[in-house]
Design a protein around this ligand. Structure first.
Ligand SMILES: [Zn+2]
Ligand SMILES: [Zn+2]
Length: 170
């Protein structure tokens, strides 16, 4: 089960649409598990890695994946060539990820790039790496074409995520 936890208020209809998109992409149930406050003392820009570690009171079973979604800005990351924006962050091969809609007007107007980002971060939770197919949601997010694509996976990544899911269930 993928549990979407909102950290700010979003249009419920758009969150439902996001859950539907996640269900279609991964073939596992996805639901909005309510809204939570960010940990005390944390302010914008949010430190994504710290937030994921410190979020308390999230009800989830062992194989559940939790996706936090915020409209607040995430702290920039140190990259080889300087600082870069952080659209999302995932605890690779573990259970928690976060995405930000910062820089977008709202979820409705920017549904595809936000959903693509969600697919990529949850993909990382199931151990998927970046992919060379520009149509795939695992394509590197810093590429200019990333935000214009559909929230879907290429056949390779889809098969790989299904394998991981089967392993998790058995
Ligand atoms: Zn990534
Ligand atoms: Zn792919």
């Amino acid at each position: 089960m993928i549990r979407v936890v909102t950290l700010d208020s979003f249009d419920e209809k758009q969150i439902a649409k996001l859950c539907q998109t996640l269900y279609t992409a991964f073939g596992v149930g996805s639901e909005h598990s309510g809204q939570k406050e960010v940990p005390e003392g944390m302010s914008e820009p949010l430190d994504a890695e710290k937030l994921l570690t410190e979020m308390k009171g999230i009800r989830a079973y062992e194989d559940d994946k939790v996706l936090f979604i915020t409209s607040r800005k995430l702290k920039e990351r140190e990259l080889a060539g300087g600082k870069g924006p952080t659209p999302g962050f995932a605890q690779y091969n573990k259970s928690r990820a976060i995405i930000s809609t910062h820089g977008f007007k709202d979820l409705e107007a920017s549904f595809k790039p936000v959903a693509r980002n969600a697919l990529q971060q949850i993909g990382h939770l199931w151990g998927l790496h970046h992919c060379l197919d520009p149509r795939c949601s695992m394509y590197p997010p810093w590429t200019p074409s990333f935000s214009s694509g559909e929230p879907t996976f290429c056949t390779f990544c889809r098969d790989k995520s299904e394998q991981k899911l089967r392993l998790a269930k058995s």
